[in-house]
Design a protein around this ligand. Structure first.
Ligand code: ADP
Length: 444
């Protein structure tokens, strides 16, 4: 307590006791008047305490702070200072919350704050438009009761939020969404949903354009190729014309392959869903057949190709698509390695139960900067060389899409000067169980 506070308290004591003592001395009853002085001082102090308590009970309002409370004055002014500081902080916090709310509500993406069990705590305007969540009505309701799309229910109950969820749109009411859930703070989640309808529409337009253009090109190309084939076997053709026709035929074959690959890719992209267990694929037999076919390729020159079938398990999937994966990888190994290279094709079960189809070669290998881009459409390490060998630059992109549809992952391992390994990892649940019965459509 400050010196001034004690001084003013002493002043009050003097104001009460000096007259009492003087009157006591004059009247000869000093003891009575001293007691009276004590009582007056006691009552005064009690009144001060009651005033202080009432003020504190009222929440210690700054504008209504009691005055002249003697030694309590110092406490009152400290409390007033604290209250002022608290009020300033509260105003700052309110400003911050207002800015934050304005910012969240201005976002075009839906933002929903939830407890870890999915109970909604707050949401912005876009959440009402995209997910039909009304914060005034739906606070404390579980999100899975409001966003009823099955893919979302599965995603939320799996609680694996490391990857975003893409949900296909069915109508304007149910737009195409990309949903991300991010855990934060203590057991809280923020859901961010982005409307992908516009970009999905553009993507679909591009895909259908490529598909239509390829379809349109297919028929005239077949006709041109037919004529070129007829001409090329024509005996009476002069030598220079024969060379030109042969060259045109090679280019037409390449173009036809390109059109076929574009059609395959666009079909795969339009059916991004996982292939159900429709067919039982005898992978080992398929590998043996495709290796034999690859030996007929123009590029198969003294290659030493070996097959290692460590398992005879069959796979559930689409036969034609798996055929395409195997032949693309084996033909790539033949096409992109020098004559006499060693190629090893393996079908095996790994220690953790996964199934692996591996094509390894001891070719020139691929530099690390290319590895991440090889599955992009038209990406080639050496475009000229690839074209020369009839490559379209779409093979690995097709492989990647097919593997995704079979819940499998492509791994590429390559070292310059040592060779490359293309590994397809299929999950164990894709193994066709011997005892499972198929119905007449070959379905389980
Ligand atoms: P392409 O029709 O050119 O073979 P892909 O999509 O199948 O197209 O392959 C993309 C590129 O990856 C190829 O152009 C080639 O540069 C590289 N590549 C693929 N397989 C191999 C391999 N076994 N060894 C070296 N390079 C390869």
């Amino acid at each position: 307590m400050s010196f001034n506070a004690w001084l003013s308290e002493l002043n009050r004591i003097l104001v009460v006791f000096v007259p009492c003592i003087l009157i006591g001395l004059v009247s000869g009853h000093l003891d009575y008047f001293f007691i009276i002085g004590l009582m007056i001082y006691g009552l005064w102090t009690a009144r001060q305490l009651v005033t202080l308590k009432q003020w504190l009970d009222d929440g210690a309002p700054v504008d209504d702070a009691p005055e002249y409370l003697g030694i309590a004055d110092q406490h009152v002014s400290s409390i007033v200072d604290l209250q002022k500081e608290r009020q300033a902080n509260r105003e700052k916090l309110e400003d911050l919350i207002t800015h934050y709310k304005e910012m969240i509500s201005a976002l075009p993406d839906a933002v929903v704050i939830m407890a870890s069990n999915g109970e909604i705590k707050s949401a912005n305007q876009a959440a009402t438009n995209l997910l039909q969540i009304d914060p005034s009505r739906d606070t404390n309701t579980r999100i899975t009761q409001l966003v009823r799309r099955p893919a979302f229910t599965d995603y939320f109950s799996a609680q694996k939020f490391d990857q975003p969820l893409e949900i296909r749109g069915t109508s304007d009411h149910e737009p195409e969404l990309s949903i991300r859930v991010i855990p934060f703070g203590e057991k809280k989640l923020v859901l961010i949903a982005q409307d992908m309808s516009q970009s999905a529409r553009i993507y679909e337009m591009r895909r259908s354009f490529i598909s239509n253009a390829s379809h349109e090109l297919r028929t005239p190309l077949t006709v041109i190729l037919g004529y070129l084939e007829t001409l090329s076997i024509h005996q009476a053709m002069p030598e220079e014309c024969n060379t030109a026709v042969k060259s045109a035929e090679v280019q037409a074959v390449r173009m036809k392959q390109l059109v076929e690959d574009l059609l395959t890719l666009s079909r795969l992209e339009s059916t991004a869903s996982v292939v159900k267990d429709t067919e039982v694929i005898p992978v080992a037999t398929l590998i043996t057949d495709i290796v034999e076919e690859s030996k007929l390729s123009t590029w198969f020159t003294d290659h030493q190709i070996s097959i290692h079938l460590d398992t005879d398990v069959k796979l559930h999937g689409d036969l034609q698509e798996i055929h395409s994966v195997i032949s693309n990888l084996i033909n790539n190994a033949v096409k992109h390695t020098e004559a006499g290279s060693v190629i090893k094709v393996t079908w095996k079960k790994s220690d953790d139960g996964k199934l692996q189809f591996i094509v390894e070669d001891n070719g020139q290998g691929i530099a690390p900067e290319h590895l991440g881009r090889l599955t992009e459409r038209f990406y080639r390490v050496d475009a000229g060389r690839s074209r020369e060998k009839g490559g379209t630059g779409l093979g690995l992109s097709i492989v990647k899409h097919i593997l995704e549809r079979h819940e499998a992952v492509l791994e590429i391992d390559s070292k310059i000067g040592l060779g490359s390994a293309f590994i397809c990892n299929f999950p164990a649940h894709r193994i066709a169980k011997k005892n499972k019965k198929l119905n007449k459509n070959n379905e389980i």
